[in-house]
Design a protein around this ligand. Structure first.
Ligand code: NDP
Length: 385
């Protein structure tokens, strides 16, 4: 999706979220069917509203009672993350006059902001530079009243109503929260790799494979991601060298066998990358490889390097406060509703890569960002602002 044989992945936002937070104490839910307590009284729920769709419970009733206690400094909504998903949520909630506060973390703009040409975002027939796309989204959001601020979430307390976000220097309160903090691709972390991100080093085969037609490239990793990337990249590259630091693979048998059977994929095991060559030329020229068993070092000439060593969802701050899966991704129901022990946590929504390990595209992140924003709107309509 990006221009020139260089380029980087797409989407995913910020991290910088520290571990934190209390458990939501004793929130075992009980259904109260089609009624809810609103500011102390029981009222009928309008049919078709999101709360009903998602299932009402006692947490929601408690929410309504405590919401009444919140003061005027409480935000209607705070969006965590300023990548494609967070900014889409910001555009929608801003247009709904909710004056969203967007917290940008240590990767403002998410992964699009470190991308070059984005060719698969609808509406840009010639493609658009990732940072420009993000800047456009920011302008679109602020035009309607969104506020963006650089801040790192130190801890969060979702057991309180309104929710309490500790940003270190200040604490803010909000009635609703959209977690769009993304998932960061794992990198090797060596300086030459970092220097060539966007110039032949990529973490997204779907995005950047196209630019390596007729070239030789390498994929790092031994899991399903690496196998999938290697197989996908054979559509473009003439040769794919798959480099795994271990002798054994984490990939499923079927994926591994498929990759091994491919005539254009060559395997190197027990091998690590000491250096990516081409920093001076600003273009990947090869890899300096080392066999960790024999310590033999050699240079492998090639044009591109793809990382397939997994992603880290930026959701650690929410551990024990909402349900995460085994790899730390936020579990959602009905697309964007967060849960705790399987029960909806009222007012908390997640969108984008932090809850999507499957698609991880800019457009899908934008899509769930929109859904989260619409649910916030409906939630505040139901519960009062
Ligand atoms: P995994 O954790 O399964 O594999 C990561 C791989 O990267 C391992 O081989 C690991 O090596 C290697 N690695 C990690 N860090 C480094 C490093 N710093 N340097 C070199 N190598 C490193 O992650 P995946 O993203 O592959 O898969 C995650 C989950 O998603 C899995 O459950 C997988 O099945 C699933 N998935 C499924 C797909 C499908 O079904 N089509 C496609 C993609 C993922 P080591 O083993 O030595 O630690």
């Amino acid at each position: 999706m990006h221009g020139h044989p260089g380029l980087v992945a797409v989407l995913q936002l910020d991290g910088g979220i520290a571990d934190g937070g209390d458990l939501i104490g004793g929130q075992k839910s009980h259904s109260i069917d089609k009624y809810k307590i609103r500011h102390g009284s029981i009222v009928a729920l309008k049919p078709g509203l999101c709360g009903e769709r998602a299932g009402l419970n006692l947490q929601e009733a408690v929410y309504n009672q405590t919401l009444a206690m919140s003061d005027h400094t409480t935000r209607d909504t705070v969006i965590l993350g300023s990548g494609c998903s967070g900014l889409t949520a910001a555009i929608y909630t801003a247009r709904a006059n909710l004056k969203p506060l967007v917290l940008e973390g240590h990767e403002p703009g998410g992964q699009l902001s470190i991308t070059t040409l984005v060719e698969n975002f609808p509406g840009w027939p010639e493609g658009i530079q990732g940072p420009e796309l993000i800047e456009n989204m920011k302008q679109q959001a602020t035009r309607f009243g969104a506020e963006l601020t650089m801040a790192h979430l130190v801890s969060v307390d979702l057991s309180k109503r309104p929710f309490e976000l500790n940003l270190g220097k200040e604490t803010i309160h909000t009635r609703t929260l959209i977690i769009a903090s993304g998932a960061s691709a794992r990198w090797l972390g060596i300086p030459s790799e970092q220097a060539l991100i966007g110039h032949g080093v990529s973490s997204c085969a779907t995005c950047d494979g196209f630019f390596f037609s007729g070239k030789e490239i390498a994929v790092i990793g031994g899991g399903d991601s690496a196998m999938e990337e290697a197989l996908f990249l054979t559509r473009f590259a003439t040769k794919v060298t798959l480099i795994n630091r271990s002798e054994n693979f984490r990939a499923s048998k079927i994926m591994l066998e498929r990759a091994m059977a491919h005539p254009n994929i060559v395997f190197r095991t027990s091998t690590v990358v000491d250096e990516v060559l081409g920093v001076e030329e600003k273009d990947v020229k090869g890899l300096k490889l080392r066999n960790i068993k024999t310590n033999v070092v050699e240079n492998l000439p090639l044009s591109g390097l793809f990382l397939g060593i997994g992603h880290e969802p930026n959701a650690k701050a929410f551990r024990h406060q909402i349900d995460l899966d085994d790899d730390g991704y936020i579990k959602t129901v009905n697309n964007v509703f967060c849960t705790l022990n399987g029960q909806i946590v009222p007012g908390v929504f997640a969108s984008g890569d932090v809850q999507d390990r499957r698609y991880r595209q800019a457009i899908t992140a934008a899509g769930t960002g929109c859904m989260a924003a619409l649910e916030v709107e409906k939630f505040l309509e139901e519960h009062g602002r």
